[in-house]
Design a protein around this ligand. Structure first.
Ligand code: R5P
Length: 285
């Protein structure tokens, strides 16, 4: 039985269809004092052997809600609990970057571990975060899906990643598309919203370019990359990512920078063109 967190309802429904498993009735509520209540009455009623909880932890509330759903399905007597984190919040805080700082990814992984037998997460920023979980945690690669919404008629396409860390995503997207060159920029981050991008050596003039990253958060990285590509006379510019977090004015920033389209997957439910990771997840369930 599939159980949805409030921020992952469309993906949970798609996964239920993909696996031909029932989608549990759930309730999300908030008490007058602000405390949350996420419940799964559908699980208590159906009494399944397995519950697959699908919940992107896009906010602190979503984190708490996940812990409640894990507890609720155990309370209902479910034997096996699988937790699917389409997007693992705090995953980029995977080290103590300054003295006295927490390893936040480890802290949330520990909490989530207490209520599950297995974890699946989609393209975490660093696969090593899987080691922070106590039960087996698997990083599922959905980057191949990123080629699906691209137009069929890209001209001499170039698939670029904004930094060396994301080159494998760009290569996977290119391989799934079937043709194109790949390369990466050098990125220097000056602050949460300020990044500097050094151009790659590829000649992009007159060519369609797809910039591929794991996540678009504030859009600073992508808009810098797009700016550099425009200066170098690239033709159409597409940006695509696994996790379209698109915080603050990211969509406006990218649109103003001149992108043709912003694509992402449904690991985070936002109003951009998306492709579902449900078939990829289903293969692991
Ligand atoms: C960092 O290395 C990530 O891969 C992304 O490039 C980064 O998190 C995107 O953040 P923003 O959209 O705020 O530049």
């Amino acid at each position: 039985m599939i159980v949805s967190g409030s921020a992952s309802q469309a993906l949970a429904a798609a996964l239920a269809r993909e696996l031909e498993e029932p989608l549990a009735a759930v309730e999300y509520d908030r008490f007058p004092d602000g405390e949350l209540l996420a419940a799964a009455p559908g699980v208590a009623e159906a009494d399944p052997d397995r519950a697959v909880i699908v919940a992107s932890t896009v906010s602190s509330d979503a984190h708490l809600e996940l812990l409640q759903l894990q507890d609720a399905v155990r309370e209902a007597g479910v034997e096996e609990v699988v937790t699917v984190l389409p997007y693992m919040g705090y995953g980029r805080q995977d080290a103590a970057f300054e003295p006295g700082h927490p390893v936040s990814a480890r802290a949330v992984a520990r909490a989530i571990s207490t209520g599950t037998d297995r974890v699946l997460t989609v393209n975490p920023h660093e696969t090593a975060v899987c080691e922070f979980f106590e039960p087996t945690a698997t990083a599922v690669d959905a980057a191949g899906r990123l080629a699906d919404p691209l137009p069929d008629d890209l001209t001499e396409p170039v698939f670029l990643s904004p930094d060396a860390g994301a080159i494998e995503l760009a290569e996977t997207a290119r391989n799934a598309y079937g043709t194109g060159e790949t390369d990466y920029f050098e990125k220097t981050r000056h602050s949460g919203t300020e990044v500097e991008i050094s151009p790659s050596d590829v000649d992009v003039a007159g060519r369609d370019v797809v910039v591929v990253d794991d996540i678009i958060a504030t859009g600073s990285t992508m808009s810098e990359a797009v700016g550099v590509l425009s200066e170098r006379d690239a033709d159409r510019l597409f940006v695509t990512c696994v996790h379209p977090l698109l915080a603050r004015d990211a969509v406006t920033k990218l649109s103003r920078a001149g992108v043709e389209a912003i694509y992402g997957t449904d690991t985070i439910e936002r109003g951009v063109d998306t492709v579902s990771v449900a078939p990829t997840l289903a293969g692991h369930l």
